[in-house]
Design a protein around this ligand. Structure first.
Ligand code: 5RP
Length: 237
């Protein structure tokens, strides 16, 4: 299977499994992630709404990409602040850039880490869907950890991240001059280390820096991870 076939397989397997186990159910409040693996999960959910398996699904989205998809697919979108959501979700489903053996994650390759973390950390159940290339031994040396920052604090935040051993690159736009501007109006520093990081420790240290909005290490709400493989198998852990 190609990588994109694995992404679709992981996403559809996870949604089907969560429905059959009663963890995705009618009337629920669900967080929907961003990216090319999260999208097939959104589409699968829409199929199950359309065929009548699921009714009255209330979605909270993590990006413009996902809100556009929900509008096109007829999935009702709410804010975390809406009374009907009450700041708490039953389940969130999302992709990831890397996952280690302890189910710590790097997220934010699509620059949606801030709303992804709000959704993930306020969900009773967190489900991650990935292809096998994202299943790694350690974090921090291969896929850069995205850090969403306030643009005016770029220089001091970069210096503080360098003191934590990171090499930082400001994420540049594609077919847009200058930095990527996130859905929340901020910028992204992509951070790499020479040696693997301790993910919970580094998440906490980076979050303390003034001018950091959010860090793309996800260590607190441990997800169930569905990993799709080249041979067509999907392992769950
Ligand atoms: C977006 C994310 C994505 O989940 C992550 O980048 C994985 O993306 P893809 O499924 O397209 O490989 O965190 O901010």
């Amino acid at each position: 299977m190609t990588q994109s076939e694995q992404k679709k397989l992981a996403a559809e397997t996870a949604v089907d499994a969560m429905i059959s186990e009663g963890k995705i159910f009618s009337g629920m409040k669900i967080g929907l992630g961003t990216g090319s693996t999260a999208m097939p999960a959104v589409h699968r959910l829409a199929e199950r709404i359309k065929d009548g398996t699921l009714k009255d699904i209330k979605a909270v989205v993590t990006s413009f990409q996902t809100s556009n998809a929900c509008q096109d697919l007829g999935i009702q979108v709410y804010s975390m602040n809406d009374r009907v959501i009450g700041g708490r979700l039953d389940l969130a489903v999302d992709g990831a850039d890397e996952a280690d053996a302890q189910n710590n994650l790097i997220k934010g390759g699509g620059a949606a880490l801030l709303r992804e973390k709000i959704v993930a950390y306020n969900s009773s159940l967190f489900v991650i869907v990935i292809d096998e290339s994202k299943d790694v031994k350690s974090l921090g040396t291969k896929f850069p950890v995205p850090v969403e920052i306030v643009g005016d604090a770029r220089v001091p935040v970069t210096a503080a991240l360098e003191r934590l051993g990171a090499e930082c690159t400001l994420r540049e736009g594609v077919r847009k001059c200058g930095p990527v501007i996130t859905d929340n109006g901020n910028q992204i520093l992509d951070c790499l280390w020479q040696n693997p990081v301790n993910p919970p420790e580094m998440e906490a240290k980076i979050a303390e820096i003034a001018g950091v909005v959010e860090v793309g290490l996800f260590t607190k709400n441990k997800p169930i991870i569905f990993v799709a493989h080249e041979d067509g198998s999907v392992l769950r852990r």
